[in-house]
Design a protein around this ligand. Structure first.
Ligand code: XMP
Length: 333
């Protein structure tokens, strides 16, 4: 609407004013916040922005290609895609502890990003070198890092935190979303012509599938999980609840598939199978601090289960997680 268009114009003017003729780097993850920040900054300063998209090999099916198609293909933004999957999977080999996995993924992520940022800071071929680092920080992140979070007595999960990166890189900080709440960020994304599906995406954790493959992360497991998860998400989007007219994707706050590295016996045709198990997880929540498991229709669960088992050779059993938070967490690790 025109009110949001006014906000876009205002935000664009502010960015131009702040950046002038300098150059900006932004870490693009494919999530809502960094995507909206990228689209907004690109609208303001075009090629003075370079996005760095680090693919850690733990993204969802075709996610990397979709991010590139959107930002490079459609918006014509400068995007550097770093395929670091071998590096991440190599360092994760043999590691089973969830917190250890998070530390490795978070640490490597910062290393890879810093190396790219250092190159961009130096400049080359018509680019004089970046002086700003842009981040998709939103208002709730500002509050969280200021207080409530640090007072928590026990760390349940160490989220990876890129605080301090601009100082370490010697770059100035550009945070055009820092006064906005999530729903305002989404409206801004729509006003910037980002696709609805991208703007209303469920959150995805920084460590990605690394915390959705229980225990050791292996490429084969990730490949199976990606295919199973894509089926679950596709069916959630396709199933419309008649009462609300909304899809079950929009009726849930977060939904995904978890890979369980255990094998169980099954039967297919006239043969025996001995394959892996996946769990479906779907929750409803307003703040992600507490969450209820979603009462998905049986018809939907049935369709997802039968498609996964028939289409993903290597998985022969599908379970549904009926645990609320607390005491369970949303992610399994
Ligand atoms: P839990 O599993 O703690 O998740 O109930 C609450 C929300 O946080 C997300 N999550 C993470 N996000 N890095 C992130 O960026 C992480 O390490 C991480 N762990 C959990 C989770 O997806 C859910 O939305």
């Amino acid at each position: 609407d025109w009110i949001m268009q006014g906000h876009v114009e205002e935000a664009v003017a502010k960015i131009r004013d702040q950046v002038g003729d300098e150059e900006v780097i932004l870490g693009l993850s494919g999530g809502v916040d960094s995507s909206v920040a990228a689209a907004l900054i690109h609208r303001a300063i075009g090629d003075q922005l370079t996005c760095v998209f680090v693919d850690h090999g733990l993204l969802r099916l075709n996610e990397g290609d979709m991010v590139m198609a959107m930002f490079e293909g459609q918006l014509h933004a400068r995007v550097i895609r770093v395929d670091a999957s071998d590096l991440f999977l190599g360092q994760l080999a043999g590691v089973t502890d969830p917190e250890q996995k998070r530390k490795i993924i978070g640490g490597l992520f910062v290393d890879v990003f810093k190396a790219e940022a250092a190159k961009l800071k130096a400049g080359s071929g018509g680019h004089k070198g970046a002086t700003f680092l842009a981040q998709g920080t939103i208002y709730p992140d500002v509050i969280e890092s200021g207080g409530a979070k640090s007072k928590k007595a026990v760390t349940i999960k160490s989220h990876h935190n890129v605080g301090g990166l601009p100082e370490q890189l010697g770059l100035k900080l550009l945070e055009p979303l820092r006064d906005l709440f999530k729903d305002e960020v989404r409206e801004l994304g729509v006003a910037l012509d980002l696709p609805h599906d991208m703007v209303y995406r469920h959150p995805f954790p920084g460590p990605g599938l690394g915390v959705r493959i229980l225990g050791e992360v292996k490429k084969d497991y990730a490949d199976l999980l990606r295919r199973a998860d894509a089926i679950f998400i596709e069916e959630l989007r396709a199933h419309i609840d008649p009462a609300s007219g909304k899809s079950w994707y929009d009726l849930t706050s977060q939904a995904f598939t978890v890979f369980l590295p255990v094998k169980s016996v099954g039967v297919m045709g006239d043969g025996r199978t001995y394959d892996y198990v996946v769990a479906l997880r779907a929750v409803q929540t307003s703040d992600f601090m507490t969450a209820d498991w979603a009462e998905l229709p049986y018809a939907l669960l049935k369709k997802v289960s039968s498609r996964i088992i028939n289409e993903v050779r290597g998985i022969n059993r599908v379970t549904y997680d009926v645990s609320s938070k607390p005491p369970a967490t949303i992610e399994w690790e």
